[in-house]
Design a binder for this molecule. Structure first.
Ligand code: TRP
Length: 378
C-alpha cells in the first residue's frame, strides 16, 4: 500500500513519521468530514452544539457517513462499535476517542458494542496471557468510567465470547487472503499465524448485532485513523456475507508528550499521561516533558511569541481539555503574541487535565462492581 512514501507509516501496528492527514485521506480513500456532514449531524442532535472534536476537525474523516446518517433519519438506527486493545494502561489518547463515543451514544441514543481484543494483544505483544487478562480488567474500569449507558452498552471480550465470535470470524477469515494481510499491515512470512487471522476477529462486532437481533443493522465505528486497514478489509467482505458495510468516523492522533512524530502510546519510554495518573504525576509529566512551542528566553518569547502548532500543551487543550472555543482562541492569540508564557500555558493545561482526570478517577473507583452489567450476555 502507498502508506510508506517519505517516512510516514500508518497502520494498526505502526505509526511513524510525521502524520500527514490530507495524504492519508487520499491514500486510504477516506471521505473528509465536510460542512454537509456536519450539518446533517447538527440537524439530528438538535439545538445543541456539535461536539468540539467535530467543530475542530479532530474527528476529520470517515466512510459512508452520509449513508449511515441518512438511514438514521429514515428511522433505521445504527449501533456504534468501538474497542480497546488491552496491553497496558489507558492514556488520554484512548480517553479522547471514548469520550467522543459517549457523546455519540447519548446524542443518537444508540446501542454500543465495545470489543476488548485480548487475543490481539496476546498475539502481538510480548506479554503473557495472564498479563493481558489483568489489563483487560483494568481497561474495562476506564471504559465504564467514561459513563456509557449500561443498558445500551455491551462488552465483548474476544476470548470470553469465543463461542459466538469464532463461528462468525471463520466466515470472514475464509474470504481474506494472506496476501491482503501482508499488503495491509506490512507483514511477512515470520509473523505468527494468529496475527494473520486476527483481522477476522476485529470484523465480527461490525455485524454481530445483526445476527443477535436477526435483522441487518447499520454500524458506525468511531476510531483513530490507524485502525482503518482492518475496516477496509471488513467493508470488502461484509456485503458478501449479507451485511451492510460498516460506516466509520475517524480521528487524528493525540501527539506524544515529547511532541515527536507518531502517536501517544503507553509503551514508549516517556509514557503518555495515564488515566490513573495523580495530579503530581500529571504536573511533572507536563512540566518536564511536554514539548514547548515557546522561545528559549522569556524576553524572546514576549517579543516574538510562541508556536501553538507544535506546542504539546496547547494541542492537548485543543484536542481534548478545553471545550470552550472562545477560551481556546484567546489562549492561542496570547501565546502567539507572547503575552502568555510557556509556564503559564503549562500551568493552565495541568489544571484542566487534573480536573478532568479527577472526575474520571472518581467514577473509575466505583466501576468494579458494575463490570458484570456491561458484559454482553449471550
Ligand atoms: N485493535 C484496536 C487496538 O489495538 C482495538 C479495537 C478493536 C478497536 N475493535 C475496534 C478500536 C474498533 C477501534 C474500533 O486498540
Amino acid at each position: 500500500m502507498g502508506e510508506k512514501e517519505s517516512n510516514m507509516v500508518v497502520n494498526p501496528y505502526e505509526v511513524e513519521g510525521k502524520v500527514d492527514y490530507e495524504r492519508l485521506i487520499k491514500e486510504f480513500g477516506l471521505e473528509k468530514i465536510n460542512e454537509d456532514i456536519l450539518k446533517k449531524i447538527k440537524k439530528i442532535v438538535g439545538k445543541e452544539e456539535l461536539h468540539f472534536m467535530l467543530r475542530r476537525g479532530i474527528f476529520f474523516a470517515g466512510r459512508d457517513l452520509n449513508w449511515v446518517l441518512g438511514e438514521y433519519e429514515k428511522g433505521n438506527k445504527f449501533f456504534i462499535y468501538t474497542g480497546c486493545g488491552p496491553s497496558g494502561p489507558v492514556h488520554i489518547g484512548h480517553l479522547m476517542t471514548w469520550y467522543f463515543t459517549k457523546w455519540l451514544q447519548d446524542k443518537f441514543d444508540v446501542e454500543l458494542y465495545f470489543q476488548f481484543t485480548d487475543d490481539e494483544k496476546f498475539l502481538y505483544k510480548d506479554l503473557s496471557y495472564e498479563e493481558i487478562q489483568k489489563w483487560t480488567e483494568e481497561n474495562m474500569l476506564d471504559v465504564i468510567a467514561v459513563g456509557f449507558n449500561p443498558k445500551k452498552t455491551h462488552f465483548i471480550i474476544d476470548t470470553k465470547h469465543a463461542g459466538i465470535m469464532y463461528p462468525e470470524a471463520i466466515k470472514v477469515a475464509k474470504k481474506i487472503t494472506f496476501s491482503t494481510i501482508k499488503a495491509s499491515f506490512g507483514f511477512n512470512e515470520s509473523n505468527n499465524v494468529g496475527s494473520i487471522f486476527y483481522t477476522a476477529m476485529q470484523a465480527v462486532p461490525a455485524f454481530l448485532p445483526s445476527i443477535l437481533k436477526k435483522k441487518k443493522i447499520p454500524c458506525l465505528i468511531p476510531h483513530a485513523v490507524d485502525q482503518d486497514p482492518h475496516f477496509r478489509i471488513t467493508r470488502d467482505i461484509l456485503p458478501k456475507l449479507g451485511y451492510y458495510k460498516p460506516a466509520s468516523i475517524q480521528c487524528s492522533f493525540l501527539p506524544p508528550l515529547t511532541g515527536s512524530e507518531g502517536k501517544m502510546s503507553s509503551s514508549e519510554s516517556v509514557k503518555g499521561i495515564l488515566s490513573t495518573d495523580s495530579p503530581a504525576e500529571v504536573k511533572n509529566k507536563i512540566n518536564k516533558y511536554a514539548f514547548s512551542g515557546g522561545r528559549d528566553t522569556i524576553e524572546e518569547h514576549r517579543k516574538l511569541g510562541g508556536n501553538t502548532e507544535v506546542d504539546v500543551s496547547f494541542q492537548y487543550l485543543r484536542h481534548f481539555f478545553e471545550e470552550d472555543d472562545k477560551k481556546l482562541a484567546q489562549i492561542e492569540k496570547d501565546y502567539k503574541s507572547g503575552k502568555l508564557s510557556t509556564g503559564e500555558l503549562k500551568k493552565y493545561t495541568i489544571e484542566k487535565i487534573n480536573k478532568f482526570l479527577g472526575e474520571h478517577q472518581e467514577r473509575r473507583k466505583k466501576a468494579k462492581t458494575l463490570i458484570s452489567q456491561y458484559i454482553l450476555k449471550t
